[in-house]
Ligand binder design. Structure first.
Ligand SMILES: N[C@@H](CCC(=O)N[C@@H](CS)C(=O)NCC(=O)O)C(=O)O
Length: 202
């Protein structure tokens, strides 16, 4: 088994945190985007989208998509549970992970792509789009702050993959000009807690 990784990438970070929470070590192949290693014919044969993470199994089977990879490891290593323990919990984790991806990670990512010189020549940029998605990301943070008023973690009383998605999104926002507002007490408390986990820098 091999995990193709991109050290600075938000989605590969989701998988690295997940694996660290499980205490699972997987041999990794570091891909250097600056050298265009994710656009070589060899890499595109693994994942035609040219994105990371990619998991290659011993029989050559390829898995892409962070959450699909995480689900695979959840099945192989059920403890600690990160996707929910019963029908209701699993639905709640799915709901909150999807919301964290769609409402927070997507606008933060789009803001980065459309505002940063890093993406010049890599992606088509529409600079006018950046302030719009920035506003969406800030609105999502305000909403999550209200949600976290009555529970410690996004999907309830336990840290789950939904928190991993949200903390990875907030870290990208912090590094790309969408900082968490100081008056978001609940989200701020949650952020300090998830950032202090030993796995947060995986
Ligand atoms: N939905 C995918 C997104 C993968 C993705 O966009 N990865 C980024 C790194 S965070 C990437 O590889 N970008 C390279 C590129 O767009 O050229 C997932 O969750 O795995």
């Amino acid at each position: 088994m091999k995990l193709y990784d991109l050290k600075a990438g938000t989605n590969p970070r989701r998988v690295r945190i997940f694996l660290a929470e499980k205490g699972v070590t997987v041999p990794t192949v570091a891909i250097d985007m600056m050298k265009g290693e994710n656009r070589t014919p060899e890499f595109l044969a693994l994942n035609p989208l040219g994105t990371l993470p990619v998991l290659e199994l011993d029989d050559g089977t390829i898995l892409t998509e962070s959450i699909a990879i995480c689900r695979y490891f959840e099945e192989l290593h059920p403890e600690p549970n990160l996707f929910g323990r019963d029908a209701l919990e699993r639905a709640q984790v799915e709901m909150w992970n999807r919301r964290a991806e769609i409402e927070l990670l997507a606008p933060v990512t789009q803001h980065f792509v459309h505002s940063s010189p890093f993406w010049q020549g890599r992606r088509k940029q529409v600079p006018e789009y950046a302030p719009l998605v920035r506003e969406q990301a800030l609105a999502a943070m305000a909403w999550l702050d209200r949600e976290l008023d009555d529970r410690p973690y996004l999907a309830g009383n336990h840290y789950t993959v939904a928190d991993i998605t949200a903390q990875s999104a907030l870290l990208l926002g912090k590094n790309t000009g969408i900082a968490l507002a100081g008056d978001h007490k609940n989200l701020g408390r949650w952020w300090i807690e998830v950032s202090a986990r030993p796995t947060a820098r995986a």
